[in-house]
Design a protein around this ligand. Structure first.
Ligand code: ZN
Length: 139
């Protein structure tokens, strides 16, 4: 994948989720077709310390994968998104330790009381311990 396309409406939805959850981290699953996000599926952050980390409710991910499989369409689980309250739109050391599925794209937004940044996209590296930036077009 050379670049990921994120529709403006989805970007606005992510910003709203980040602000609603502040000062906790918000998270969501990203459904897409090819290299384009088609919709956002908000998911509970079930981390023990949701102000400092995120953990997408595993049940939400299982249900979404099943629904996508049953739909039999072109949509698939493309990746996930989370917010960094008062942080940067880049993976943290905690994030790097949490790469469980190297095929999933990571989107991260920074959020403060003033609002949320545009998300940035990252792809886990083959070593499963680091990320490389992925071009993101918001349109
Ligand atoms: Zn993070």
């Amino acid at each position: 994948m050379q670049a990921l396309l994120l529709p403006q409406a989805c970007a606005a939805e992510l910003a709203a989720l980040a602000q609603a959850a502040y000062p906790l981290e918000a998270c969501a699953l990203l459904v897409g077709v090819d290299a384009a996000v088609t919709r956002i599926v908000p998911a509970p952050n079930v981390a023990e310390q949701p102000a400092r980390s995120f953990e997408i409710d595993p049940g939400a991910q299982i249900r979404l994968r099943r629904a996508l499989r049953e739909a039999g369409g072109p949509e698939y689980l493309l990746g996930h998104w989370h917010s960094h309250p008062d942080g940067r739109a880049a993976p943290s050391a905690t994030d790097a330790a949490m790469i469980h599925e190297p095929a999933l794209i990571w989107l991260i937004s920074a959020v403060t009381t003033a609002g949320a940044s545009a998300p940035a996209a990252f792809l886990p590296q083959a070593d499963g311990k680091s990320f490389s930036p992925l071009a993101l077009h918001i349109d």
